[in-house]
Design a protein around this ligand. Structure first.
Ligand SMILES: Nc1ncnc2c1ncn2[C@@H]1O[C@H](COP(=O)(O)OP(=O)(O)OP(=O)(O)O)[C@@H](O)[C@H]1O
Ligand SMILES: [Mg+2]
Length: 280
């Protein structure tokens, strides 16, 4: 066996935690406190997760852990931190969302609430045919989803690996924003090249924790901000973008009518978004 492969295998072996020894995870990563271990234990008992290997990424609100299911398929486990201070800045979003009207009372509940919120949002996006990692399950502060990447190496972020065809990637992203809004009634609200994975020529939108229902009082501003971020990134790469005000208005206008889906596109009065904008 070549050295590199052996090192990699040893690395995995060292990080291989099955149900009998998940207690040891505490030693590997401090994200695994008692509360989180119990959640992991539950997901293992339900046979959703077979084993976990270790962290692949660390975000502001969660750590993402690589694992496997009983069929040997890779999983990404997003483990929300249970520290109260991590959430203070995010609170206004939850508070403005009618689905979360109760006041969370402790950091464990708050982490679980965020996890449930992200899972539901992801599921809505997934069902609206937006390209997202398939949401699989959640329990307390752990969200389980499809792993995007290979052999424990996560797919690069769009910011680190720009697409080869920037124009069609731009169109792809705005059509996904439209599907989320019109079919899923959802606005991502934290969309940028930092929350898109570029894998095998496909762009997966991740990090749905702060997404809001289209009935949110700030929905237009949030949608505008998402589009502005996307426009900024893609125009820097040389794509020709649709003016953010015009695009936001078009999307809001289109979200008022009834739609059909044809060929994975939203059609309103016979027009998809591109023909509505006279782009095709
Ligand atoms: N399904 C997945 N497959 C592979 N990698 C993933 C997956 N989901 C997330 N990641 C990796 O984990 C990182 C953190 O995920 P995510 O953006 O959802 O967390 P976050 O804590 O909200 O991050 P931040 O607040 O810093 O944006 C991502 O940037 C990506 O590298
Ligand atoms: Mg993120």
């Amino acid at each position: 066996m070549p050295d590199e492969a052996k090192i990699e295998r040893d690395r995995i072996e060292r990080r291989r935690f099955k149900i009998k020894d998940i207690d040891q995870l505490k030693l590997v990563d401090d994200v695994f406190n008692e509360y989180t271990l119990k959640a992991l234990y539950e997901l293992m008992n339900r046979r959703i997760v077979l084993e976990v290997y270790g962290p692949i990424a660390q975000g502001k609100e969660a750590k993402v852990i690589w694992g496997k299911d009983y069929e040997g398929k890779d999983l990404a486990l997003k483990v929300y931190y249970t520290l109260a201070n991590r959430f203070i800045n995010r609170n206004p979003y939850i508070m403005g969302d009618r689905r979360f009207s109760g006041k969370p009372s402790n950091p464990f509940k708050l982490a679980s609430m965020w996890c449930r919120k992200e899972f539901r949002n992801m599921k809505r996006a997934y069902e609206a045919k937006v390209l997202v990692p398939t949401p699989i399950a959640f329990y307390n502060n752990i969200l389980v989803m499809e792993f995007i990447g290979e052999d424990g190496a996560p797919a690069p972020l769009l910011k680190d690996e720009p697409p080869s065809d920037v124009q069609s990637a731009y169109i792809d992203v705005i059509l996904n924003v439209e599907k989320a809004l019109i079919i899923g009634k959802l606005i991502h609200a934290d969309l940028s090249e930092y929350n898109i994975l570029n894998w095998n020529g496909k762009l997966y939108i991740i990090d749905w924790g702060s997404a809001v229902d289209s009935s949110h009082p700030n929905s237009t501003d949030l949608l505008y901000r998402d589009i502005r971020n996307i426009n900024r990134f893609f125009s820097k790469l040389g794509a020709s973008t649709v003016d953010e005000g015009k695009l936001t208005e078009a999307l809001i206008e289109r979200s008022r009518g009834s739609y059909i889906i044809d060929n994975n596109r939203v059609i309103i009065n016979g027009k998809d978004l591109l023909s509505y904008l006279n782009l095709s």
